[in-house]
Design a protein around this ligand. Sequence first.
Ligand code: GTP
Ligand code: MG
Length: 135
Amino acid sequence: TEETLVLVKPDGVARGLTGAILARIEAKGYALVDIRLVEPDRELLEQHYAEHAGKPFFEPLVEFMLSGPSVAIRLAGNRVIEGFRSLAGTTDPTTAAPGTIRGDFGRDWGLKVQQNLVHGSDSPESAQRELALWF
Ligand code: GTP
Ligand code: MG
């Protein structure tokens, strides 16, 4: 089996979509191993998003992630990394496929950062690194 870090980002929590997002994850059959509400500090976020340091959206992304709590989820199951990213949909919520979390609940709000509701680790190495930061 495999584990991944899922975040319901501040936009998802603020819009009251945590339950709807969790329902999709549970319906898909993955196991919730741990879950917590986290108010991350800048240091945690700069480590979490280290691969994006220096990109134009980096600072808006960190500010957005500081704007409110996120729900952090340790999720387990065979191929859960790939499976959750499929449930989430592609990064840009405007064009993410209907049926996905981002495609059904997300849109472009005209901001400097893409508010796309959820995060999911993109590899086993990222998952272990990110789980250690958030849990
Ligand atoms: P995560 O699951 O959040 O990591 O999303 P992702 O893997 O689909 O995207 P990526 O890791 O490339 O980017 C992390 C986050 O930065 C995204 O979820 C967006 O919120 C934001 N982001 C990524 N690319 C862009 C971009 O080109 N423009 C803007 N404005 N924001 C971006
Ligand atoms: Mg990513």
